[in-house]
Design a protein around this ligand. Structure first.
Ligand SMILES: [Fe+2]
Ligand SMILES: [Fe+2]
Length: 221
């Protein structure tokens, strides 16, 4: 039994194949980008959030691993992909002889990252929710035809910058977004992101922090 690192996970050929195929499957369904860029970014941000809140190194590494693997279940089906991801990850990490407690923490976080069913059941889950939901960015849109953009495409395309800031002294986690309002209105953003923002607030609370949302330099939450 051993612990697992983000580096080991990134070098695993089965995981690499699953992320690649999962993203191809989502592309065929018209979804935004969910490839190695999204996986790596969510891993880095989840780790960074816990590092800034001074969690032990072992916990921050688990957040990175959970972040990298959270969407792997899309290889099976988009529906309930968080749950499928957790089951796949459990099998893969068991084969890699990762210790069971770490697997339990990771799959609990992964199985709780999605809207509707996700709850910040542990600090790794909380960091994963915030990092995943903050990845809204124009580069994720794959539809090249603006005339056929749906609301998700518009909102992602309009998001020119997105930052997570963690203030450990004041215990505030801030999501700061820059939205091009010629492409999408702030209302549209809320229409699809309100449930995500509520999830982020609960996740921040699980980390003993307040959640703040700033769009175009205006504090909205
Ligand atoms: Fe997901
Ligand atoms: Fe994701």
């Amino acid at each position: 039994m051993s612990s697992i690192t983000l580096q080991e996970v990134k070098e695993n050929p089965q995981i690499t194949a699953y992320i690649k195929k999962a993203d191809e499957h989502l592309r065929s369904l018209g979804f935004t980008e969910h490839s190695f860029r999204h996986a790596s970014l969510v891993a880095d941000i989840a780790r960074d959030i816990l590092q800034r809140l001074e969690y032990p190194r072992h916990t921050t590494e688990l957040a990175a691993v959970a972040g990298y693997l959270h969407d792997i279940g899309n290889v099976v089906n988009r529906q309930n992909h968080g749950h499928t991801s957790a089951i796949l990850v459990s099998r893969i990490l068991t084969e890699l002889e990762v210790n069971y407690e770490d697997i339990a923490t990771i799959i609990g976080a992964i199985g709780n990252h999605d809207e509707g069913t996700g709850e910040p059941v542990n600090v790794v889950a909380a960091a994963l929710i915030i990092s995943d939901k903050s990845d809204v960015h124009w580069t994720r849109v794959r539809n090249n035809d603006y005339a056929t953009f749906d609301i998700h495409d518009r909102v992602n395309y309009a998001a020119k910058q997105s930052f997570i800031e963690v203030n450990n002294d004041d215990k505030i986690i801030t999501l700061e977004l820059e939205i091009d309002t010629e492409i999408s209105t702030v209302m549209e953003y809320f229409e699809i992101f309100l449930t995500r923002m509520i999830m982020c607030r609960r996740a921040a609370e699980a980390l003993s922090c307040d959640f703040q949302l700033i769009i175009n330099e205006v504090e909205l939450l």
